[in-house]
Design a protein around this ligand. Sequence first.
Ligand code: ARG
Length: 570
Amino acid sequence: MNLYKYVSDKLNEKLGFAAKLEIPRNRDFGDFSTNAAMVMARVAGKNPREIATELLPKIKELDFVSDASIAGPGFINLRIRDDFLWNAVQSAAEITRAPKPMTIDMDYGAYNVAKSLHIGHLRTSIVGDTLYRLGRAIGHKMISYNHMGDWGRSMGMVIAWIEKLHPDWPFFQENFEPTADYSGYAMPVAELDTYYPSAAALAKTDEKFMERAQIITAELQNGHPGYNALYNVFIPVSLQSMDEIIKKLNMLPFDNNLGERNAAKYADPVEKILRDKKLLQQSDGAEIVVVRRDTDNKPMPPVMFRNSRGATTYDATDIMALYYRKITDTPNHIIYLTDSRQSLHFEQLFRVAELTDMFPADSLEHIGYGTINGTDGKPFKTRDGNAAGLNDIIDMVQTAVRDRVAESGKKLDDATIDAIALAALKFNDLSHDLRSDYIFEPSQITSFEGRTGPYILYTAVRLNSVLRRAGKFDTPKTANLGPDERNLVMELLDFDRTVQSAFDSRATDLVANYAYDVCQLVNTFYHNCPILRDDVDAETRNMRLSLIKIAVDVLSRALDLMGLKIPVEM
Ligand code: ARG
């Protein structure tokens, strides 16, 4: 239950007036505070404390209020009855469903074929997956797209490189036989991943090679049978390696692994729309869509629909993908999650969507995330100066966890080490403001203390072990809450609100930091309030065990939203 919303709604209903409910940092004087009297006083031109005095008896009539008092210039503090809280907290882990569920397409991950996944794909994967899970938990129809880079110039580069390596392969021969089985030509992914970087490096100095790659790109896109057959040989290799990472990161599988190539199938209807609306213009042999507005006060280049070589561009495939999603999902909203450096691209795209009447501007949203830096404050690189691969990153964190565990003398199996490492990596990512840069430091994020994933898992493991030791217990009907218990209850009752605001404001850090706050409070509570000691009476023990159980439920739910699992032992 969303306690905040419940209290706020009831209060507004009682006062016939929409006021803002605050959660005070210090709860000594009340659980909530409202500025209703101050706002009313301003409207009526009266003294706020006077109005507050008039409102007080009304507020005290609310059955969940145990006490209300005036503070400062006219704030009203209210305290919630313990029995009401106790009742409410039993369903703290439940998430309120959206009254009007929407269909929301989410474009994240968006991996590139034949290019290994690197650190730049970490946030789009982790945050994308959590936003998707949040939306689904709230009851929206979420449809995820791994909009793969599988159709652009890089594909031509890869094929040109393979042609250089194996000019004798059938794909490059005149008498190519399209119907034969070529799966035997599949190369290991580690090898495939070297082709694009090698080709790109060569293309920088070798103009002829560059030209060849461009020709191949255009021919591939125009249906050249040999290139397409070769393409169909390496696509599954790439897909499989994407799949492995998706599993390793414990992400939900994508609803659609459909990228630029799929989008490109809709070139004709999209071109027709653009022509009918007279939006396509010729420019130096290319075809462009002008998206500039008179009100723009920054550069707004045109969208390249077809380049001078006749190839379909990244811009164009995104317009086509929009068209595809519109006719397939008719979404109410689309969210794209990429590095913030792609902001301009999406601004241009959204303008085309508006110009073509495909989607209104407010239904399209791009979230640009910040960079992951090393301790030197520069984009994180491996020792050899390259952008770190996603697998390297995961390995680094796993090694850091293994070292820590070995140091502490604990013995944990590999699956547990992997689960801890994943928590370290994902929690660290999720707990930072999405739009800002952050520093990646394996030894810091794997600490078992402080704001880290391992700390959260460790707390949950401990709570579970208390419950195991306690065995069966009854949940008391009412409870007399001490200060630590009450603080914990209030925090647990903030779960639903946190989930709602995290999704509404696309702020996954709210969920991560909420989990941390729960752990802090539950640990304080556990430290100060004995449970299984002989001098604790049965009623108190049951109440405390119930609290532990609810805390575990809430934590598990929060961890699940982050795509994390609680190990059995740690
Ligand atoms: N594949 C692109 C990249 O790695 C990201 C694609 C994002 N999604 C989109 N619809 N453009 O940079």
